[in-house]
Design a protein around this ligand. Structure first.
Ligand SMILES: NC(=O)c1ccc[n+]([C@@H]2O[C@H](COP(=O)([O-])OP(=O)(O)OC[C@H]3O[C@@H](n4cnc5c(N)ncnc54)[C@H](OP(=O)(O)O)[C@@H]3O)[C@@H](O)[C@H]2O)c1
Length: 273
């Protein structure tokens, strides 16, 4: 008997944190994978690990810096050339910033905007079209609770995540009836390398161990994706935060976020003149 054709999930940011945990979940369900991140050595390590657990999966590695212009198109062309139809697109890769906006490095701002916004939008555009033509497909865009708030000292990151929510909700609506769904996951602070990267590993939430694990966030997003939910916020505390924030004036929200950012991080901000 002919083997049933597996579905394929393309996951950006698949070597660490939430993206890595999502890749594990797709692999456990028998999905073939296309894994995208910058560092090839880590991609190879993840592939070996997945194949040991689930022999027989087709795993394609694309070492690509998605913050560079043209990178999304290159990823798309490579999957086309290899004749890999992408059934599920997961836009997980994202970076943050921290500091007073006017002191931030211009190249970091540009890379953040390109990765968190441009690459996510382009990949969605490129892969959704063939999904609509096939009459089925799923997109998971990883935003954040940050996307519901103004974020002093992480202004560009918070704004980028607001874009992801607005964009994803709009196209989820447009795509109704096509067989293609778009789910946006909005995690709160999560224990991953991201915290170290933006210097928030000593933040209030981290110190009191209030952070979710990457696995918990991935499992929540994975369930939401398969139910075709539009917006998913993991955890009652994060849901309450977002619910309450909708009742507060913007000025108050900005002041609260600012105070939370300042806890244990005044040393970083002091040097930021
Ligand atoms: N951690 C949190 O507290 C938190 C909370 C809410 C939302 N989020 C969101 O969740 C997503 C994943 O975050 P995470 O905490 O799991 O991150 P993470 O642990 O830092 O992992 C980031 C992943 O993205 C890849 N990546 C980074 N820059 C890239 C680039 N320019 N091109 C291609 N791949 C790139 C990394 O691999 P390489 O370095 O090899 O490229 C890695 O696989 C992000 O969109 C983030 O904004 C995180």
């Amino acid at each position: 008997m002919e083997k049933k054709k597996s579905k394929t999930a393309l996951i950006t940011g698949a070597t660490k944190g939430i993206g890595y945990e999502l890749a594990r979940l797709f692999a456990a369900d028998g999905y073939d994978l296309v894994l995208v991140a910058r560092h090839r050595d880590l991609l190879v390590k993840v592939k070996e690990e997945m194949l040991q657990l689930h022999p027989g999966l087709q795993i394609t590695l694309l070492a690509q810096d998605l913050s560079l212009p043209g990178a999304s198109l290159e990823v798309f062309r490579k999957t086309e050339k290899k004749n890999i139809p992408v059934d599920v697109l997961v836009n997980d890769a994202g970076i943050g910033d921290f500091g007073k906006f006017y002191t931030e490095d211009l190249s970091r701002i540009s890379a953040l905007l390109h990765l968190n916004i441009v690459a996510l939008t382009e990949l969605t555009r490129l892969y959704v079209k063939p999904m609509v033509q096939r009459g089925e497909g799923k997109v998971l865009n990883v935003s954040s609770v940050a996307g519901f708030l103004p974020g002093p000292y992480m202004a560009v990151y918070y704004a980028s995540k607001a874009y992801v929510i607005s964009f994803s909700e709009a196209i989820a609506n447009e795509l109704e009836g096509t067989g293609v769904t778009v789910t946006t996951s909005c995690p709160g602070p999560t224990k991953t390398g991201f915290q170290q990267e933006v210097g928030s590993e000593n933040s209030f939430l981290a110190r009191f161990n209030l952070l979710f694990s990457a696995r918990e966030v991935a499992e929540d997003a994975y369930r939401a994706l398969h139910k075709g939910r539009k917006i998913e916020i993991p955890g009652i505390i994060n849901q309450a935060l977002v619910g309450t924030s909708k009742l507060l004036p913007v000025k108050v929200k900005a002041e609260i976020v600012k105070k939370l950012q300042e806890v244990n991080r005044s040393d970083v901000l002091k040097g930021n003149k």
